[in-house]
Ligand binder design. Structure first.
Ligand SMILES: Nc1ncnc2c1ncn2[C@@H]1O[C@H](COP(=O)(O)OP(=O)(O)O)[C@@H](O)[C@H]1O
Ligand SMILES: [Mg+2]
Length: 252
């Protein structure tokens, strides 16, 4: 079977800065694959190039063997790629359930207006509720999305992405601004999610990354310096020198 995602020789510059410089890695089907590295390493730029928000200067992106390089997001979503953002994006004045059901509906090509007119429980609502249950958010289904705590808002964002039924879900720092307990919870959810879709995760929390990933790719200064299992990565001396050693001891 083709890999869920293959990135080959990806490059992107901002002016004179080569933010991403010949990056390559492959996400195997069903894996949780983490992309780690210090701030400014180029992780989000890689994400943006894969998900069609930036056009790479060089390189290729293959989704299950299909060349989707520089496809716009509206083509990538039906092709099976969904992502979340480092900054949470939800519809604040809709309920939690409405946010997720809307994503399920959008997959079916129906707009908000038609959806509002539907009075009975629709298949989109059933699907949305099932996703909320899996992520432990069902209790908040009828709450206004704006009233959720920060951590739950991030989980809602994941729920919205899952309602698009991706084959590959890309999460950019889902634990940003979260407590240690919330971070551990998100880690468990990511493993649960991996039962239905491959996951590409950008994450800061080293303990979580090493605990939940099948494969880890390490970037510094726009380049990949190592790729492998959490075990191999934690023993890699290049990684230790370039990255792990610079981290606060509490993260190890
Ligand atoms: N839109 C942009 N314009 C100019 N520079 C950018 C832009 N986006 C990112 N950068 C720069 O590119 C580098 C990589 O950034 P980024 O991909 O956000 O890193 P990471 O997600 O690993 O922290 C950084 O030096 C950052 O300042
Ligand atoms: Mg980033």
């Amino acid at each position: 079977m083709a890999d869920a995602l293959v990135v080959e020789e990806l490059s992107k510059s901002f002016g004179a800065l080569r933010a991403v410089d010949g990056v390559g890695f492959a996400v195997k089907d069903g894996d949780v694959h983490s992309l780690i590295g210090p701030n400014g390493a180029g992780k989000t730029t890689v994400f943006n190039c894969i998900s069609g928000f930036l056009r790479p200067a060089e390189g290729r992106v293959l989704l299950r063997g299909e060349d989707v390089t520089a496809w716009p997001p509206h083509r990538l979503i039906p092709a099976g790629l969904a992502r979340t953002f480092q900054i949470t994006k939800v519809f604040g004045d809709l309920t939690v359930l409405e946010n997720v059901a809307l994503a399920a509906r959008s997959r079916l090509g129906q707009n908000l207006r038609m959806w509002r007119r539907a009075s009975k429980v629709t298949s989109a609502n059933v699907e949305a509720l099932e996703i909320l249950e899996m992520l432990g958010l069902a209790e908040n289904a009828s709450a206004n999305a704006d009233h959720l705590a920060h951590g739950d808002k991030r989980i809602l964002e994941i729920a919205i992405a899952l309602a698009l039924r991706p084959r590959l879900l890309m999460l950019d720092e889902p634990t940003a601004g979260m407590s240690a307990g919330e971070t551990e919870h998100i880690g468990k959810l990511v493993r649960r999610i991996a039962a239905r879709t491959s996951v590409l995760l950008v994450e800061h929390d080293m303990e979580m990354v090493l605990g939940i990933s099948d494969q880890v790719t390490v970037m510094t200064q726009g380049r990949v310096i190592a790729s492998g299992t959490p075990d191999a990565i934690s023993r890699d001396t290049n990684v230790q020198d370039a990255y792990l050693g610079a981290l606060d001891a509490r993260n190890l």
